[in-house]
Design a protein around this ligand. Structure first.
Ligand code: FAD
Length: 393
């Protein structure tokens, strides 16, 4: 029969990989995509929904085109384990799916106990909104119903985590909403990191648009020593008790749990070889996106999409003998600070034996004029439309 490729996870990395293996192999490879949800909500642009610049529906993508246009078998179920000797994937609903090559792109899960007082059962009170959909809708609703002059607290995550500028874009979008609806409200960020992505750009933007509203407590001010109490909505920051009206806890992160179950992690992440995104622990398994430890690329949707194309090419080469070109990667992370005030940071990458290494980079500058910032925002809208059709057809 035909060679079989199974993909676990239909997000940024997995949907792209399934689509490219199927599309470029013209029916020579049998592709199965295992994904529990029927609608994938992108985390990218979910902060813009919180800020009122997008609808929730505009973030949702279905798997219909992957099935109809590319003949991919889409199985809506959880993968619960991988038998690497038998080369099968076990499904929560029972049954096993055999593969010749397996691609895994499960995104992130949270490190237990990283924020004392918080666990997954608290996410309905203190949302993370770091997986998009109902969590994002809950956080937005909480921001909109904050009492006048209330307090929004974010517990920012330690490195590495998905979307390095994501927490700070979120703060910008929350401030944008509060400035209009609740201008005496306050925002506190407790942050265990000394510095963060695009910091100078965010600080400039917050000063310009939201002066006096946002206070960030870095590790020198106890931002790394935080306990929360979801029952009372109290946050203890280095002994100082803050009563929060909204508490957005973004815990420390690790590879999606299926990577542990399959024995593919070393510590919190799954190590891969950047020439093909193949696991360093199993030559028949490629791992993509946030779950990986690959080197210099940030954990982003753009990175996952870029890595998926390299993996798809390697998998096709191995199974059908098609030509394999040297791996090259790229990434850009856009962030919206206020209406038409967009900034970006990005780089190009190539693999070495040890890691995927950055070879050139660019970043927006402080003091740029409004026309340039508007053009950057418009560029991000084009990127979103383009990359989601590259993923989902
Ligand atoms: P995901 O896209 O999370 O996909 C994982 C999929 O696997 C999910 O659909 C999940 O249901 C499925 N899955 C998990 N476990 C299993 C299992 N056991 N069996 C079957 N399926 C499973 N990136 C950008 O490029 N640009 C941005 O502007 C941007 N903004 C962001 C803003 C925020 C607030 C956040 C949180 C993230 C942002 N990102 C952005 C990051 C981006 O969303 C992630 O890096 C990207 O989604 C990673 O892709 P992935 O394939 O690794 O994981």
């Amino acid at each position: 029969g035909k060679p079989r490729v199974v993909v676990i996870g239909g997000g940024a990395g997995g949907a792209t990989a399934a689509r490219y293996v199927a599309k470029d192999s013209n029916g020579e490879i049998d592709v199965t995509l295992i994904e529990p949800t029927r609608s994938y909500y992108t985390c990218f642009f979910s902060n813009l929904y919180i800020g009122g610049f997008r609808t929730l529906e505009s973030l949702a993508h279905s798997y219909a085109k992957l099935a109809t246009d590319h003949g991919i078998n889409v199985v809506h179920d959880w993968a619960t384990g991988v038998d690497r000797d038998a080369k099968t994937v076990a499904l929560a609903g029972g049954g096993r799916v055999p593969y010749d090559r397996l691609i895994i792109s499960p995104g992130i899960d949270f490190v237990e106990g990283s924020v004392p007082g918080w666990d997954l059962s608290a996410q309905t009170v203190m949302p993370h909104a770091y997986k998009a959909g109902t969590q994002t809708a809950l956080l937005r609703a909480q921001v909109e119903s904050m009492p006048e002059g209330g307090t929004y607290v974010m517990i920012a995550p330690p490195n590495p985590y998905r979307c390095p500028p994501g927490p700070y874009e979120r703060i910008s979008m929350v401030a944008h909403v509060l400035k209009e609806k609740n201008p005496t409200a306050k925002i506190i960020i407790a942050d265990p990191k000394d510095k963060y992505s695009k910091q100078a750009l965010f600080e400039e933007g917050w000063q310009n648009h939201y002066g006096g509203m946002i206070e960030r407590l870095g590790p020198d001010f106890g931002g790394g020593n935080v306990t929360v109490n979801p029952a009372t909505m109290e946050v203890d920051i280095d002994g100082e008790i803050v009563k929060a009206d909204v508490c957005n806890v973004i815990p420390a992160q690790k590879a999606g749990l299926i990577c542990d179950a399959a024995g593919l992690t070393d510590g919190n992440w799954a190590p891969v070889d950047g020439h093909s995104m193949v696991s360093r622990m199993d030559e028949n398994i490629h791992i993509l996106g946030d779950a990986t430890n690959q080197g210099d690329m940030p954990k982003s949707g753009y990175s996952a999409n870029s890595q998926a194309k390299v993996a798809a090419m390697a998998v096709r080469g191995a199974l059908t003998g098609s030509r394999v070109f040297p791996a090259k990667y790229s990434n850009t992370c856009w962030s919206l600070i206020a209406t038409d005030d967009g900034v970006k940071v990005g780089a190009a990458y190539e693999p070495t034996e040890e890691k995927i290494a950055s070879v050139s980079s660019f970043v927006s500058q402080t003091g740029e004029d409004a026309a340039m910032r508007k053009a950057t925002y418009e560029e991000s809208l084009g990127w979103y439309a383009g990359i989601t059709s590259d993923m989902f057809g």
